[in-house]
Design a protein around this ligand. Structure first.
Ligand code: SMG
Ligand code: MG
Length: 375
């Protein structure tokens, strides 16, 4: 439920930005060298503006969504009715987009931009609006597939040194028990997890049985991206808690997964579930089931990262998130950088709305394309 004044959407600006990553990020589904994202800038008839970031990638590999599709979904389908909708509050905005099936990352980007504008006008931070109970959050780091186990250990050493409170290693068939054991042996007290991005089948059970010996915090999305039943079977056969990412697209999915025993932990990404309001409902469902949640990441720029930090400050987020410092991704972010303290925590932005905005020069330098509706 949201209360308070409704505002009218006057214009929506789409902007494609590209930022080089400090090092390529390799997962079981491919390698990212640049962060390419659609940003949304929304204006209200009262003159308030807000920013949103779509977490889709350049190609439909993490999920079916991708940047070019998000651009069209927003420009041609989601956006125009919002310009005609009259006064909206956040629930009204979500309702006005609900006729579109799927396209959750596009809806989430519009919702983020709307909330930023709406909250700035009220002088309220996103974290306070969502119900945050902390002003700092614990940070983990997600480490891509490396060239060799030694190279992986070297990367992890720098992150452990920086203070990260949990290290997640990407795995795929052929890059699992060996490199993960090497890291576990090199950093005995460091909480470790693995993320397969759906690269395994149930027949790979021996891999997960072998990983059980390493006392991992969790194994994330080991099996099919749309599968719950096989995850429930695997979860019963291994000791390591299963966490789901790709398979949870809504609070209803989270409820089904937890009640089926398909997972014990949920990775929450606001974009994957269609927005911050639905992400809060995923958090609420998991809490009802006594399941910890943590905030995932999509290599966001400083805009999307600010939203993640606000979400990660909710009380059910009891595990460190993939909410790493800006410098882990970019030599220069498009906002002031989000910095991590040596104790492995990061400040939740306290200013109104997202509490951050793009730096004009950086935004200009990263922009590849802009389009506005109405034109
Ligand atoms: O934002 O630090 C980050 C990346 C975290 O590993 C991460 N994300 O499956 O959880 C995941 C992946 C999805 C994006 S891979 C490009
Ligand atoms: Mg994941």
């Amino acid at each position: 439920m949201t209360d308070g004044a409704a505002v009218e959407v006057a214009a929506i600006e789409l902007r494609l930005v590209a930022l080089p990553l400090v090092r390529p990020f390799r997962t079981s589904f491919g390698e990212e060298r640049d962060k390419v994202a659609v940003l949304v800038r929304l204006e209200t008839t009262d003159g308030a503006t807000g920013w949103g970031e779509c977490v889709a990638m350049a190609s439909p590999r993490y999920s079916e969504e991708f940047n070019d599709a998000a651009w069209l979904a927003i420009r041609d389908h989601l956006g125009p009715p919002l310009l005609e909708a009259g006064p909206l509050d956040p629930d009204g905005l979500v309702a006005a987009m609900s006729w579109v099936r799927g396209h959750r990352m596009s809806k989430a980007a519009l919702e983020m931009a709307f909330l930023d504008a709406w909250l700035r006008a009220r002088g309220e931070s996103l974290a306070a609006f969502l119900g945050a109970e902390r002003d700092r959050v614990a940070c983990g780091v997600s480490v891509g597939i490396a060239a060799t186990p030694d190279a992986l250990v070297e990367q992890v050493a720098a992150y452990v040194e920086a203070g990260y409170r949990r290290v997640k290693l990407k795995i795929e068939p052929g890059w699992d028990v060996g490199p993960v054991t090497a890291v576990a042996n090199a950093f005995p007290g460091t909480p470790l997890s693995v993320d397969a991005n759906a690269a395994y089948r149930l027949a790979d059970l021996p891999v997960f049985e072998a990983l059980d010996a390493l006392d991992l915090v969790m194994v994330e999305q080991p099996l099919g991206h749309e599968d719950l039943l096989e995850h429930a079977v695997l979860a019963r056969r291994i000791a390591t808690p299963v966490c789901l990412d790709e398979s949870i697209r809504s609070a209803a999915d989270a409820r089904a997964a937890l009640e089926l025993g398909a997972c014990r932990i949920v990775n929450v990404k606001q974009g994957r579930v269609g927005g911050l309001l639905e992400a809060r409902r995923v958090h609420d469902v998991a809490r009802e089931h006594g399941a910890p949640v943590w905030c995932g990441g999509m290599l966001e720029t400083g805009i999307g990262r600010a939203a993640n930090l606000a979400l990660a400050a909710l009380p059910g987020f009891t595990l460190p998130g993939d909410t790493s410092a800006s410098e882990r991704y970019f030599a220069e972010d498009i906002t002031e950088p989000h910095r991590m303290a040596p104790d492995g925590t990061m400040a939740v932005p306290a200013g109104a709305g997202l509490g951050v905005e793009p730096l004009p020069d950086r935004l200009e330098a990263c922009t590849r394309r802009v389009e506005r509706i109405p034109a």
